[in-house]
Design a protein around this ligand. Structure first.
Ligand code: BMA
Length: 865
């Protein structure tokens, strides 16, 4: 017996040693992100550099330039993009590595024109920021020290070369070549596969950088390698998910391997097979089932459940390679059906029509390398916390970093994913097409497992540009034909064909906005012109079109994928780019940071419609944010009240890439503006929304829930001292996924009885869960309100590192704004505080604060004039 126990112990020990040896896969990745140096090509002194990084942040770190976002610094830094730069690093290659059958350099991203030299041999000339590059370097490497050198050619000089060689001068509405001081004012961005917003946009600076913007690796391997793992959903029901793991394996020769697929979150999946590989690319399939699968739901509808899978390949001797991915199980459809008005446009998630609530998303910085994981989390979590379920990843930016998609998966945020084309025409010649086709395949394969991706969209506003911005008429005859063919080649041919092959289960639209397709009498298909009645729509009649906010009430698109209104960030953010003498919307610095034409004046014009003139700049900033929130509220609630006719509301834009006035609801430093708090209220699962229309005061209740809910609807009109002038209460059953008028009264009945300048209407929908939604409206413009002078009482309680602030007042406090100098976030802000009704708000500080009460400032609208 003893012998037997000893044998078992020894056996286990050997088994452990064997297993741990087995854990070391043949495929090895060596990070090459350290020891980097850089210099201007024409200089001789090398300086420390960061990878991932870019020229601008390296110059900044070496104190060779000032902060590009400060005051007008951007102007003085335009030389950087007309300069060639050189980067280099040295790294050691081990004896074992050098003996590998294959050595490869992997660049996850090179921005953009990069000649790569290994030990002085040119191994790559890259020309697309959006591509990954895998370069065989087996015979270029040596044992011991190796030198990797990258020459970044000026993107502007390269762009000018391409521009001059092209017969047509392609329109690029947002290429701010003048700020860029580009020779002949040439708009070169369409010719370069580089993020368009680098060249300036109507919310961002023009800073065209270069650099190694993503990770670099040396990969060694001998036998085979897993290129890709895709989980394909063959069918999905509440009881069973039928799935196939498609594993793309590259082999150096014919060989036999064992492929195993396991899940890493205990769904009980373990499936394997033995495969004979041919030399080259092999696609292996393993089918498996998951009983009672957990579905991925968007925020508000259920858990956003994420599965994690791991594929392993091994031969009889050793583990060869592994690959892990996460995915979610859900079905997604885009319904574009004819109806009496036009053509619908809505998403059906797991069989349920979903009203899409959210915003457009732009890159968080001009220099992506300095966007921290915390920043990503802050933006996506803020979308989640504001009850959003969709973000549109806009086409003038980048295919985002992995963390963006992981966070959207985690927080249940569906992604409307543009391909990276925006507001330009592109030269779709054979070189360009060959380049972008690789870009498409790589990016689709890289992110297609993410359940959050709900839609692929070819581009931003290019179809609209051709239809409405006179682009077509800029060209005649053959040239006109050529630009249209080029457009079609990318968005109507290449992309749908590639998606059919690599991601056939996701919907695709060629452009946003886009009306959809209809059938001609002869059976051929035709494109429906862009309009509010069909497809998605960008509603810019407010702001660019200068219409008032109530325009949103009278014009309802089927899916509003863009609309917006600007505001300035708060004073704490302003202080990071301006000095007190700049504190005026007409100062040169404030105008410089405003990129949407006369935007600062436009804010003022709209403000004058509805608000009294703020007494100073800081008050202007606050009233401007209240104004933006008010405008967005009109749009958001109008869109929701009109569901299911309208099934989506994505305002422009959630985030910022620098400190500036813009349409954002969260500023560059992460502060929620009033509009972000408003989104939280107006996008709540169940919404109560009062509306004065056709001489009636209608109280709508809108629900995005999957089941009905019983609640009490309390409505009252009070004066500013809290005296109740009118009151109604009603028990309601709020039907799931429905918008309904729950209460209606002729407006004259209330408006003529009371002094509209001295009353406010409050509606509250509540049940045992608590308050489902609360809303207030005034019956006249805020500037006509006879707001009383007030004292807001605050009572602060510190609890578990957070602060609970209870606010109360005996007279109406309009748009109460809590501000703390230290970084942090309030649970609610910019709300109306009714007399006699205390409200408790929580402040979540970023770091410990020594004297919160001293830092806390509370104001309301009356304090601004
Ligand atoms: C849109 C966008 C962006 C632009 C925004 C504000 O239509 O697609 O190109 O920044 O409006 O003008």
């Amino acid at each position: 017996m003893r012998k037997f126990v000893t044998f078992i112990l020894l056996f286990s020990l050997f088994a452990c040693i064997f297993a741990s040896k087995k854990q070391n896969p043949d495929v090895q990745l060596l990070e090459l992100n350290s020891n980097w140096q850089f210099k201007k090509c024409s200089d001789s002194v090398w300086l420390p550099a960061s990878v991932p990084g870019c020229v601008h942040t390296d110059l900044l770190a070496n104190k060779l330039i000032d902060d590009p976002y400060y005051r007008y610094n951007e102007k003085r830094l335009q030389w950087i993009d007309k300069t060639d730069w050189e980067y280099k690093t040295t790294f050691a290659v081990s004896t074992q590595a050098i003996k590998s059958q294959t050595l490869e350099l992997i660049f996850k991203g090179l921005d953009t024109y990069a000649d790569v030299y290994v030990n002085d041999s040119l191994v790559l000339s890259a020309n697309n920021m959006f591509r990954e590059w895998i370069i065989p370097v087996t015979f270029r490497m040596k044992e011991g020290t190796n030198i990797l050198r990258i020459l970044f050619k000026s993107p502007i000089n390269e762009g000018i070369r391409l521009y001059d060689a092209n017969p047509a001068q392609l329109p690029a509405s947002n290429d701010y070549s003048e700020i860029g001081q580009v020779e002949g004012n040439k708009k070169v961005s369409p010719y370069i596969r580089k993020a368009s917003y680098n060249f300036g946009w109507d919310w961002g600076p023009r800073l065209v950088s270069s650099g190694v913007w993503r990770q670099v690796y040396l990969r060694t391997w001998n036998k085979s390698i897993i290129n890709d793992l895709q989980i394909v959903q063959d069918s999905l029901s509440a009881t069973l998910a039928k799935l196939t793991a498609k594993v793309e394996v590259m082999a150096v020769d014919t060989q036999t391997i064992k492929l195993e697929l396991t899940d890493l979150v205990k769904a009980g999946v373990k499936t394997k097979g033995t495969f004979k590989l041919e030399k080259g690319v092999n696609v292996l399939s393993l089918s498996f089932d998951i009983d009672k699968p957990k579905l991925w739901w968007s925020n508000g509808l259920g858990e956003a459940y994420v599965y994690k899978f791991k594929a392993t390949i091994a031969d009889t001797k050793q583990l060869i390679d592994t690959k892990e991915i996460s995915t979610g199980l859900r079905t997604i459809k885009l319904v574009q059906k004819p109806d009496s008005a036009g053509h619908s446009f809505y998403f059906v998630l797991n069989g349920v029509p979903v009203f899409a609530k959210g915003a457009n998303y732009i890159p968080n910085d001009l220099f992506i390398n300095r966007v921290t994981p915390d920043k990503y989390e802050h933006i996506i979590k803020s979308a989640h916390d504001a009850n959003m379920n969709m973000l549109r990843l806009w086409g003038g930016g980048i295919y985002e970093n992995d963390i963006f998609y992981d966070l959207c998966d985690k927080y249940g945020i569906m992604i409307w994913h543009d391909f990276m084309f925006s507001c330009c025409l592109y030269p779709a010649d054979s070189t360009f097409m060959a380049n972008v086709k690789v870009e498409f395949v790589q990016n689709i394969k890289h992110i297609r497992n993410h359940p959050s991706i709900a839609l692929w969209s070819g581009n931003n506003e290019i179809f609209g540009g051709l239809a409405f911005w006179g682009w077509k008429d800029k060209f005649v005859g053959k040239q006109q034909e050529a630009i249209i063919n080029d457009y079609n080649r990318i968005f109507h041919e290449a992309l749908p064909e590639i998606l059919k092959q690599y991601d056939p289960q996701r919907p695709y639209i060629p452009s946003s906005p886009f009306g959809g397709y209809t059938k001609n009498p002869d059976g051929t298909s035709a494109i429906i012109p862009i309009s509010e009645k069909s497809g998605d729509f960008h509603e810019w009649s407010v702001w660019h079109g200068k219409n008032k906010f109530n325009y949103y009430n009278d014009h309802t698109p089927r899916f509003c994928s863009e609309y917006g209104f600007q505001s300035f960030p708060d004073i704490n953010t302003i202080k990071t780019f301006a000095i007190p003498s700049d504190y005026d919307i007409n100062s040169p610095v404030m105008k410089w940071h405003q990129r949407s034409g006369p935007g600062n004046m436009l804010i003022k014009i709209y403000m004058d419609y509805d608000y009294k003139t703020p007494k100073d700049f800081v008050s202007f900033l606050y009233v401007g944010q209240v104004l933006q929130a008010e405008g967005m509220k009109v749009a958001m609630e109008s869109h929701r009240r009109h569901m299911p006719y309208c099934m989506g509301s994505l305002y422009w834009q959630i985030n910022d890439c620098w400190q500036a006035p813009s349409w954002s609801s969260i500023d560059y430093l992460g502060h929620w503006k009033a509009a972000q708090y408003q989104a939280k209220r107006s996008y709540s699962e169940v919404l109560v929304s009062p509306m004065i229309e056709k001489q009636m005061l209608n109280i709508y209740v809108v629900s995005d829930r999957l089941s009905d809910v019983n609640a009490t609807l309390d409505m009252k009109i009070i004066d500013f001292e809290g005296k109740q002038l009118w009151q109604q209460s009603k028990e309601v059953t709020v039907k799931h996924n429905e918008s309904k008028i729950e209460y209606s009264v002729p407006f004259a009945e209330v408006a003529t009885k009371y002094d509209t300048t001295s009353v406010i209407l409050s509606v509250v929908l509540k049940n045992s869960e608590g308050v489902l939604s609360a809303n207030t409206i005034t019956l006249c413009a805020p500037k006509d309100l006879k707001l009383p002078k007030i004292v807001i009482n605050t009572n602060v309680n510190k609890k578990n590192g957070k602060y609970q602030i209870t606010l109360s007042t005996d007279k109406l406090a309009k748009n109460v704004y809590l501000n703390c100098i230290s970084e942090g976030h309030f649970s609610d802000n910019f709300f109306d505080l009714l007399p006699g009704e205390a409200v408790t708000v929580t402040f979540y500080p970023k770091d410990a604060i020594s004297d919160f009460e001293k830092e806390l400032k509370v104001i309301s609208l009356i304090d601004t004039y």
